[in-house]
Design a protein around this ligand. Structure first.
Ligand code: C5P
Length: 251
């Protein structure tokens, strides 16, 4: 079974406030994408890696071919071919760009956010293992430590109290926080994205992960343990946390 990994790294990173694409933002002196690439390569599960980068971005394209980053730390692991492609205007577009560049000989694909730069190799291996065992779709998850509420806008005559009012408290024991890499058979992911490609802007904006597209097709999505290290670097606070994790646990 041949495995492709798509790293989506074409986001603007507006919420980080650096004025450069998120995957270029330095984390302990190196671009975020460098860490994501190292984790993917160290997992040893990829036969081919495809990285979706912002259109006309040079730095990230060069990084994908930089042997000081792509050389595996473990001598037993080989670095698979890495191709960089132009990402799209939404995350889904970037996934589709990656999918079409992976080639015909790939059976299963793991889609990974560059922003989850510290995702440990073991998580890639767990996802790949579930696919090898027959899953068509698999996601890494964490349990919830916080209680979660559903809210709606407060009625007009109550907004002086607060903007929102709680309507529901879901059972926390059944909720999971979803991470990447998410793994799929190429067939399932291609089917899901063929439908998503037809979405209007509002529908596209609501697609926050690939698994939800698979669920809509009625295909079971299996959940395996993720990792606290797989935090998604989105805000300046996340960057501080990621640096602290690197200091504590290494890359
Ligand atoms: O924007 P968000 O933080 O949800 O992005 C998650 C991942 O998707 C990031 O790694 C980002 O680089 C990627 N992305 C992309 N193309 C876009 C938007 C986001 O590759 N147009």
């Amino acid at each position: 079974m041949k495995t492709g990994i798509i790293i989506v790294a074409a986001g603007s990173g507006e919420r980080l406030g650096y004025g450069i694409p998120k995957a270029e933002v330095p984390l302990a002196g190196e671009p975020i994408l460098a860490y994501a690439l190292r984790g993917v390569i160290a997992s040893g599960v990829a036969d081919k890696i495809c990285v979706a980068v912002p259109r006309s971005d040079k730095l990230l394209r060069e990084l994908c071919q930089d042997s000081s980053i792509t050389r595996p730390i473990d001598a037993d692991v080989e670095c698979p071919p890495i191709v960089a492609v132009d990402g799209g205007s939404t995350r889904s577009d970037s996934v589709r760009q990656g999918l079409s560049a992976l080639g015909d000989d790939i059976d299963v694909v793991l889609v990974h956010d560059a922003a989850r730069a510290l995702a440990p190799p073991e998580v890639f291996q767990r996802v790949a293992h579930a696919l090898a065992e027959g899953a068509q779709a698999v996601i890494p998850v964490r349990t919830m430590v916080d209680t979660v509420k559903v809210v709606e806008h407060a009625p007009a005559d109550q907004v002086s109290i607060a903007q929102e009012v709680v309507t529901q408290t879901p059972d926390r024991t059944r909720l999971r926080i979803v991470q990447t890499p998410q793994g799929f058979t190429v067939e399932a992911l291609a089917r899901a994205h063929a439908l998503a490609e037809l979405f209007d802007d509002e529908q596209s904006a609501a697609v926050t992960d690939d698994a939800m597209l698979i669920e809509a097709l009625g295909i079971p999505v299996y959940a395996v343990p993720g990792s606290d290290l797989s935090l998604k670097i989105t805000t300046p606070t996340d960057l501080v946390l990621a640096e602290a994790l690197l200091n504590a646990y290494g890359s």
